[in-house]
Design a protein. Structure first.
Length: 486
């Protein structure tokens, strides 16, 4: 625990949904839900307008549609989110060499290591300046927590949402935590929370009063000791700049169970290629290929094969995944498939399993990272007219995902509102334009093409010399928008 609140936790507000609203003027102030759009889709993020209807992350999209039928439902647009995330992480990197990203929209920063804060006033000032910088560069808002430990900084940012700052003064941790639910502590999920509730412990103060011995008896030594220390406000975990990934994986849940063995294999090969794209994007290689299959009855099987050396060759990963599939019974139907690579390394080794040249390449995946996509190459398998129509609609949905950017030779930049029955509907607008008009085209219109997202802020403020160029910390120590606890 530190004597000054120099650990900062940033959490962007409803990140995916907020980015979509910033990119699409017609959605601002309206409920927006981002996630899988199929019958088995799950909500990734809901805007604050959608949350008023009870929509929240991890909720089935079908349930969200019942709660908020008039919301805009969009497929995740990771190209946009990564671009904005890179801008935010660059700002954090100018504060300190110790930045620990937790996801695209969340990170810890050690302000003391960066020499930009060493007391309450300077830490608060940097927190306020960071919020201003993020707004100026990305057009989005983030919430900031400041404390003497990572656990408390994260709790503070959650309490500050949305678009706020909360600083927890060192020495007040116990008083702040006491009335909070046990679920606020790291490592206390639904199962552990229920177990503690049955033992009569629902607040953090209950854990502190129960004592270490009782928690060890209930939860085991490692978990019990750690939980008791956190209940007392102790957390000495350092901010770690490099979080080494242990695996890279992708998976798809299908709207309709897959029964055709050829189709299942084609999907596995497609997932293998996507997995390798992520692996190469992280400049890593892997030694163990993992196949995940969730069957019609929700039973989940995992199979793995360890290669003789790390690889990032798509042909090798496809072959290994296909071999693993041969050992899995899929006759009853498959609802989810996943391919992953573990045993990561920073180098590759010559392919020890490559087959003869001329091996068939895997089919292209035009939708990139659409988690609700359903499509595949049926090869030479005979299909009837209804199946052909369904396949055409699925391919159209993959080429024109709802919410993704497009460009028309005549009408310019826009985004997809939806597609179906051989048509795609587009709203033509840009981040800094008024709400635009809607037009409908054939899905094969030669003038309409997928496009990269536009910057959310056309002329962002230059923060290349930040934070030294901003006002000295104590001059804004009492600025509005922040608060302290207790």
């Amino acid at each position: 625990m530190r004597a000054a609140p120099t650990i900062l936790h940033l959490d962007m507000d409803a990140f995916y949904a907020s980015a979509e609203q910033a990119a699409k003027p017609s959605l601002r102030g309206k409920p927006v839900v981002v996630g899988g759009l199929g019958p088995r889709g799950v909500v990734a993020t809901a805007s604050y307008e959608a949350r008023r209807f009870g929509v929240h992350s991890a909720m089935p999209t079908a349930q969200a549609r019942r709660l908020a039928p008039n919301a805009a439902y969009l497929v995740p647009h990771f190209t946009l989110y990564r671009t904005v995330s890179d801008q935010v992480m660059h700002l954090l990197g100018q504060l300190s060499p110790l930045v620990e990203p937790l996801s695209l929209d969340e990170a810890f920063v050690d302000l003391e290591a960066g020499g930009v804060a060493d007391d309450t006033a300077s830490a608060r000032a940097i927190g306020e300046q960071l919020r201003e910088a993020i707004k100026a560069v990305t057009g989005l808002t983030g919430s900031v927590g400041l404390a003497g430990s990572k656990m408390l900084a994260k709790i503070a940012s959650e309490e500050a949402k949305p678009n706020g700052l909360l600083l927890i003064e060192p020495g007040t941790e116990r008083e702040l935590l006491a009335p909070m639910s046990v679920r606020i502590l790291p490592g206390v999920g639904p199962a552990t929370g229920d177990h503690l509730r049955r033992a009569g412990m629902t607040t953090v103060n209950d854990l502190a009063v129960a004592g270490e011995a009782e928690l060890v008896r209930l939860l085991g030594k490692a978990h019990g000791v750690a939980l008791h220390r956190m209940a007392l406000g102790y957390d000495n975990r350092p901010v770690v700049a490099e979080r080494d990934a242990k695996s890279v994986s992708v998976e798809d849940t299908f709207d309709v169970d897959l029964h055709d063995r050829v189709r299942v294999r084609t999907e596995v090969e497609r997932l293998a290629d996507r997995c390798v794209q992520r692996l190469r994007g992280a400049e890593r290689s892997g030694r163990t290929v993992v196949l995940k299959v969730r069957r019609y009855d929700f039973s989940t099987l995992t199979r793995s094969e360890t290669l003789r050396g790390p690889t990032d060759d798509p042909a090798v990963v496809r072959e290994a995944a296909a071999r693993l599939l041969e050992a899995v019974d899929t006759t009853g139907g498959v609802r989810l498939l996943g391919v992953g690579v573990t045993g990561l390394a920073d180098y590759t080794q010559e392919d020890l399993f490559a087959q003869a040249a001329g091996e068939r390449a895997a089919p292209e995946d035009p939708a990139g990272e659409d988690p609700g996509a359903v499509a595949g190459d049926q090869g030479d398998a005979p299909v009837d007219g209804a199946q052909e129509q369904a396949t055409a609609e699925q391919l159209a949905a993959r080429r024109w995902p709802a919410g993704h950017d497009v460009c028309h030779d005549t009408f310019g930049h826009g985004w997809v509102q939806g597609s179906g029955v051989g048509r795609v509907t587009v709203r033509f607008e840009e981040p800094e334009s008024p709400p635009g008009r809607v037009r409908t085209f054939r899905v094969d219109d030669p003038e309409l093409q997928p496009a990269d997202p536009l910057p959310l802020v056309r002329d962002p403020v230059d923060y290349s010399s930040w934070p030294a160029s901003l006002p000295k910390s104590r001059s804004v120590a009492g600025s509005s928008g922040g608060e302290s606890r207790p």
